[in-house]
Design a protein around this ligand. Structure first.
Ligand code: MN
Length: 486
């Protein structure tokens, strides 16, 4: 991929980015209580005494959340730590009734790993994972319902989170975008997080610094909290990096601070400076013992791992002959990949991929449908491609058949029979049409014979038209040439 360099009249700069992503764990109940995690329920409907921070309540670790974290660690190609600990991170905020967050600090459940990202030019890059720990989410403060009051909804308080911290390996906004898309895809394959950034179940903190191009120094970084879409993350990096360059080139210095990205302006503004940074006073959580896992447990989770997007992509390229691009597009979403596998079984996989990425996606888009709601089933899409491969219909007629399939949900075979769209491959039938057109257009025949050979196309067009598009185009071409050249 081409390098991302910020170039000004004064010099060249490169950008250094690291990400921290909070991912809500898919689990029916919260990480330290039995309350429901359902999104969108009435405010404060799903709050246990533990979540409300009542004195004397004791947290109990949710076994399923641990399972999900280990599975995610394996999906990140990361080391699973058999020993991990919980700590208290102390701070005061209205949506954190206990006054501290239970998290993992010194000993996280998952250690170093890596994710391979797919860049737009078809190249790849490995991004290092520093660690992943599990912790509880805070509640939500709602400030925009009343001019004089703030409201607190504790439904989210205590929902399990996985916090993934990357190494500062990103050198371009595009790389961070590709990483988030890949991470989301992996989490969805694993079914450990739904990855919905707009609902807040995946939230990204972005750390940005710049340095003179080619140098090795690490300059002061700024952090943007809770950026909630892939597009905004890329925008935040671009604009924050430009701000740093401007400050440095004007003789200033960047101060370490937490900033907020404003989606309406695309700019970042200061939230809090370092001198007001929290001192969290971490200490080991006295109400929870260390978390100790054994090999058999980790092995049992390995056994239930599904094929992940990278492995699937490689298989589609090597075994089904797809291009890297088509395989990437199809494998990003597991439902699409499953649909494709079903559709291509026994048929020309490359052609099925073309139809899927082309006409099929366009149809879903136009009708605002998800793949699950598709009126065209995987089997029917495969069968349509088969009809083209077997020359039962032409590619052009297939487009019309597909249109009807997406309206009625009928099988292509049924539509072809009912509408009489079967391609004419009977030589004598086509020959009769060609003869008729030649007989009726002596002027064009004469012109052709005098050297206007591109008139052959006109004869082909007339024949196709008269056959209502059903004549086999290759046979028409052949016959027209034969007869005109006679
Ligand atoms: Mn955190």
């Amino acid at each position: 991929m081409s390098e991302y360099v910020i170039e000004t009249a004064k010099g060249k700069w490169e950008v250094i980015v690291g990400l921290e992503i909070h991912c809500q764990i898919i689990s029916k109940s919260k990480i330290f209580s039995g309350a429901s995690t359902e999104f969108g329920d009435n405010p404060n409907e799903n709050v246990s005494f533990v979540d409300a921070g009542m004195p004397g309540m004791l947290p109990t670790l949710n076994r399923w959340c641990v399972h999900q974290a280990v599975k995610t660690g394996l999906g990140l190609n990361a080391k699973i730590n058999k020993y991990s600990e919980f700590s208290r991170k102390n701070y005061f905020y209205a949506d954190l009734p206990s006054g501290y967050q239970i998290t993992q600090f010194r000993y996280p459940i998952v250690g170093e790993g890596k994710i391979r990202i797919d860049l737009p030019d078809g190249s790849n890059k490995d991004i290092g994972i520093e660690r992943m720990h599990i912790e509880q989410d805070a509640g939500k403060s709602i400030h925009d319902l009343s001019p004089t009051k703030s409201y607190i909804d504790l439904n989210r308080a205590g929902v399990g989170l996985m916090e993934i911290v990357t190494k500062p390996d990103f050198r371009a906004p595009e790389e961070a975008g590709a990483f988030l898309r890949k991470l989301r895809s992996i989490l969805r394959y694993l079914e450990t997080c739904d990855g919905n950034m707009d609902e807040g179940s995946m939230r990204c903190d972005v750390n940005v610094s710049v340095r003179p191009y080619g140098s090795n120094e690490l300059r002061t970084r700024c952090e943007m909290k809770n950026v909630n879409s892939v597009k905004f993350v890329m925008q935040a990096i671009e604009n924050e990096a430009k701000r740093h360059v401007e400050v440095y080139e004007n003789g200033g210095d960047i101060i370490q601070e937490t900033r907020q990205f404003d989606p309406t302006t695309g700019q970042t503004k200061v939230m809090r400076k370092k001198e007001f940074a929290h001192d969290y006073r971490y200490f080991p959580e006295p109400d929870l013992p260390p978390l100790v896992l054994d090999d058999a447990y980790i092995e049992s989770i390995k056994q239930e791992m599904v094929e992940l997007p990278d492995a699937k992509k490689t298989r589609f390229i090597n075994e089904l002959g797809l291009t890297a691009y088509d395989a990437s597009v199809i494998c990003e979403n597991k439902e699409v990949a499953d649909f494709f596998e079903k559709a291509s079984a026994g048929h020309d996989a490359k052609k099925v991929a073309n139809w899927l990425i082309g006409d099929f996606f366009a149809m879903l888009n136009k009708r605002k449908l998800s793949i699950k709601e598709s009126p065209v089933s995987a089997e029917n899409l495969g069968n349509l491609v088969e009809l083209i491969s077997k020359s039962v219909i032409s590619g052009k007629i297939a487009k019309d058949v597909f249109e009807i399939m997406s309206e009625t949900g009928d099988s292509p075979e049924k539509i072809v029979e009912e509408k009489g769209l079967r391609q004419v491959t009977d030589v004598s039938a086509i020959e009769a049409i060609v003869d008729k057109i030649i007989a009726e257009n002596p002027d064009n025949v004469a012109a052709y014979k005098k050297g206007k050979t591109n008139l052959a196309g006109w004869f082909v067009g007339q024949t196709m038209k008269m056959s209502q598009g059903k004549a086999n185009p290759a046979m028409v071409n052949e016959l027209v040439k034969q007869k005109l050249d006679k």
